[in-house]
Design a protein around this ligand. Sequence first.
Ligand code: GDP
Length: 396
Amino acid sequence: MAAGIYDQFNDTRTKLLQVYKELKDVTNDLEITIYDVNDTFRCAAIEAPEIPCCQTELTQKKLDSVMKMLNRTQMKISFFGRNSSGKSTLINALLGSNVLPSGMGHVTNCFVHLQGTDLPEGTCVTAKEPHIIRPIHSVMELTSALQDEHLATNSVVTVSWPKKECSLLARDVVMIDSPGCELDNEFDVEIKNQLKDSDVFILVINAECSLTRGESEFFRKVKNDISAANVFIVINRWDLIDNDGAPEKVKNQHLEKCKEFMRNNTHAPCKDEVERKIFFLSAQEKLRQTKPSTPAQKERHKAFATFEKALARSAFNSKCIPHINTAMDICGRLSENIEKMSKSISDTRKRIAGTKAEIKRKHDSLIQELRSNISSIEEEVQRTVFQFENNVSEAL
Ligand code: GDP
């Protein structure tokens, strides 16, 4: 179980939230400082170019929206594929316990939103009657709730399962089991509502069947509404093929079809990455905790562990990495703005300092001029006095 990485996600999320709060404070401080500096210049009647508020409003908006996303602790993993491909079994295998009923075929034609609860008992709520919370004590009860004849096709059932019974649910991982994608009903709107903000998508294919147009079609509907489709493909029930001898041919056929699906329907990652996102598994073996004895079983066991790790890492990446990059980006922009402001202040200071020196020079020369004027006047006076005395003594 790659639970550790989900814990890491929560740690990183908490740290990132702190970083974003600090960035918000710095952005506020920068805005106030810029206002103060502009105001100081204005009050002192110093002519200085107004320092622009450097898009702080835009940065604040961005920070708020990311914080909102980071406050959503849930990591949403959506499963899609044809009926009986093993979606419910795979979810149970990941949860490590039999939470969802399996083998119900077309009975579960609704979206099952599975999340953790702190309550000691499981509950189930339908979109049709959101005020009625039905207690669920066992898979049998959930089965009968899902079989409820009043449940419309493609409606949404929210199952809250005690966190203490499932480590992944305790870590706020939410799993969405979608109706089989061979359904051709009008349920585009519901697909988009339910799946659009998923962190990871998992296409589950029955190893005994080939990837159909229906599956591609289903994903195409979601794809246009989601940003970075993070898709994994699980070729499930692989035990039924692998035990059949010579599975290599079937494996290659699946690989070719899946690669084509990835190329056509996802923001195609590079070739190596595509192959790293395709897994040949047996959800049932994993759920039953069958001890691997044959080389083929050991291989599937190993593949499941790799799948869990890749899934957790990918969910972590899609959840945290963009926010880390945004934080770095905003840090860069803020320090650029601080540098711009500092340069503007020092330019203005230099200019003021230059002006002061010029005034001093001007004053000095004015004073100097006054002084020399005075002294020439004094000399003149003295000369006049001397002249006068001379003239008087000559006249006497
Ligand atoms: P869903 O309709 O896609 O949710 O499929 P389910 O999870 O209900 O599984 C359909 C049937 O396939 C059930 O009878 C499961 O027990 C069986 N099944 C699921 N996964 C495996 C697997 O890995 N190996 C085998 N042999 N059977 C499986």
